[in-house]
Design a protein around this ligand. Structure first.
Ligand SMILES: [Fe+2]
Length: 366
């Protein structure tokens, strides 16, 4: 990648492709104290107020700097590296490659909590691991009631829901969700009926004195890649049909329509939703429904298969952070008479983790 000049025009060259950079694009990036606030990096001018017919009057290119004078009299020095950065489209988060994993995964990405953890380089490593594997386990987290709130808000901001700012996961009488019983929970994603679905779930183990109650995780990314390869027709229909997910209790009715496997605008993996107690398939053609039900059964078998599931016990002081768009989670049954099993949970969104990760990357010059 490089920048070139010709006849007062700026060109960007990448792998033999040469394109002119619009003068207005450069004009918008004019910096200097009169144009950009040093502290916030925010513009002090409104580019929509500028004349549309911006042209370059004078131009000079050195190894590191592009100097431009525009026809409205503005002069600026732009760093070549910064211009190239914008074209390389490097986003530190999207370009962390996902690692596909199944039941053979042995390294559970543990990180010990310590003082000033959230501003430490170790937190950066933990977040990178989170984006690679879809989860990370923090150990030795203080076992204080509600500490989950401090933890989540030290990375970003809690995403409050109708379950509250955080929720207690323990068996209780008259539960409004099966999570609050001692029943086993098959792999599922949380809250597919919300729009938007909470991105990340945190579970902090305060106490776990039962012999069962193991936590389970499945990589939805691995499973959907497997489905795509071995059962392309099933994969296709699960990426196409939107189903209705619903949650109903005494005070609220929540509903959203979405695909079980959602792809992004490039056809790449974006999100899985799976909660077979809450999904309602639309009334479509019988033949299509036939295929849909077979596809749903197959993906359910894969999600529930031993081949893809890891199982581990959360101990007091462990905090599990998992990607609710990528992973499915569940737990094995337990006997509430054996003792207490008490977790506290909450949600945060991707802007929190991405913002923190980029901040730490900048801070440690990584
Ligand atoms: Fe859940």
């Amino acid at each position: 990648m490089k920048i070139e000049l010709k006849d007062k025009k700026v060109f960007f060259e990448n792998q033999g492709l040469r394109k002119e950079i619009h003068p207005f694009w450069l004009r918008e990036r004019v910096n200097g104290d009169n144009f950009v606030d040093k502290k916030t990096q925010q513009r002090l001018f409104d580019p929509t107020d500028l004349e549309e017919n911006i042209k370059i009057d004078n131009i000079n290119l050195s190894k590191e700097i592009l100097e431009v004078t525009f026809n409205d009299g503005t002069y600026t020095k732009l760093t070549i590296q910064n211009i190239l950065k914008e074209f390389s489209n490097i986003n530190e988060v999207k370009y962390i490659d996902k690692v596909e994993w199944d039941s053979s995964l042995k390294d559970f990405n543990n990180f010990d909590f310590k003082d000033n953890f959230f501003e430490d380089q170790e937190m950066y490593k933990a977040l990178v691991n989170f984006y690679k594997y879809g989860f990370v386990i923090f150990k030795k987290v203080p076992i204080k009631n509600n500490f989950i709130v401090n933890f989540a808000n030290s990375i970003g901001s809690i995403r409050r829901t109708n379950f509250g700012e955080f929720f207690d996961v323990k068996s209780k009488p008259n539960p409004n969700d099966l999570a609050y019983t001692s029943l086993p929970l098959a792999p599922h994603t949380d809250n597919p009926y919300r729009n938007p679905v909470p991105c990340i779930q945190m579970l902090h183990c305060i106490e776990n004195k039962v012999s069962g109650g193991f936590s389970t995780l499945v990589d939805g990314y691995t499973v959907t890649q497997k489905l795509k390869k071995d059962f392309p027709k099933y994969y296709k229909i699960l990426t196409e049909i939107k189903v209705r997910f619903q949650f109903v209790d005494q005070s609220i009715v929540l509903e959203d329509w979405a695909e079980m496997i959602q792809l992004d605008e490039n056809g790449a993996f974006k999100q899985v939703r799976f909660s077979p107690r809450l999904d309602f398939v639309p009334l479509i053609d019988k033949e299509k429904l036939e295929l849909y039900y077979s596809a749903r059964k197959k993906i359910s078998q894969l999600y529930n298969s031993d081949k893809f599931r890891i199982e581990f016990k959360l101990s007091s002081g462990d905090l599990l952070m998992m990607d609710n768009y990528r992973l499915l989670h569940g737990r094995t049954t337990y006997d509430a008479n054996e003792g207490n099993r008490f977790l506290q949970g909450c949600y945060i969104d991707y802007d929190s983790t991405e913002g923190k990760l980029k901040h730490l990357k900048r801070k440690f010059n990584l």
